[in-house]
Design a protein around this ligand. Sequence first.
Ligand code: C5P
Length: 282
Amino acid sequence: MHTGWLCANAHAKVNLTLDVGEPRPDGYHSLRTVYLQVAPCDHVSVCVTSVPGVRLKVQGNAPAGPDNLAFQAASLWLERTGFSAGVEIVLEKDLPMGAGLAGGSSDAAAVLILLSQALPDGALSPEMLAAELGSDVAFFVQGGCALGEGRGEILVPLPRPIAFPMVVASPGVGVSTAWAYAELDRCRNEGRVLPGRSTALLAEAVMTGRDWRPFINNDFESVILPAIPGIAAVKRTLLDCGAVAAMLCGSGDSVFGVFDTEEEADAAVHRLADAGCWCRRA
Ligand code: C5P
């Protein structure tokens, strides 16, 4: 058992593609997506103590109790390993909630990884518990770049894509994931929106080391951008600042932009921050 604090950065993800399939009998939609881990992050610290139970302190905007996925990750690790130890967690949040960056899932993955170091159990790994906590948690245990299928938890690692200057920005309006899927279904039932097929093309470009930017896609854009003008404005600003491509992250509310030059990307960060957005180089 490791005593003392262990720390990790819990990075955000963007979806370079997000092709949403049909609803499944369990109420979830099947997905095809290319995940990319990006630089913005929360800081997660974990300490094993002799006082049983999980205690969570949050600096920033996130629930500080059992609603938090990081709390649930620690509870699950203790339950499955059978250790009678307690766990203290400190989360220093930078990633906004409801932004499609999966910050909560990334925090949970970091807790699983740190606890597997602090309280190792030969029969159990973070990978084995990740998907139980949420669809994106499995990706963060692996990190890097990956093709995701199922609900996003069935992963095939991809090589690191060509790195272009990137910016991610959130207007802070938040989007309910359940609303986004329901709205997409409604528009599809009315024949207004067709499912995308960009994931295979983008994954192929990544695997062959080619420019992947022409293939970025997110099926939610066609329903979310018209419904939420603040998100559409962020995308427009990124393109005005010279982004070669810009796309919604997950079901929003953040948008990422990919640029040719560092100068353009830095200028976009300043302009979006001046407009009141949370905005980071990615
Ligand atoms: O993943 P999470 O529990 O946050 O999802 C909230 C809701 O979004 C689900 O209850 C479901 O209605 C919808 N959803 C979906 N397909 C997915 C992920 C979420 O339909 N792959």
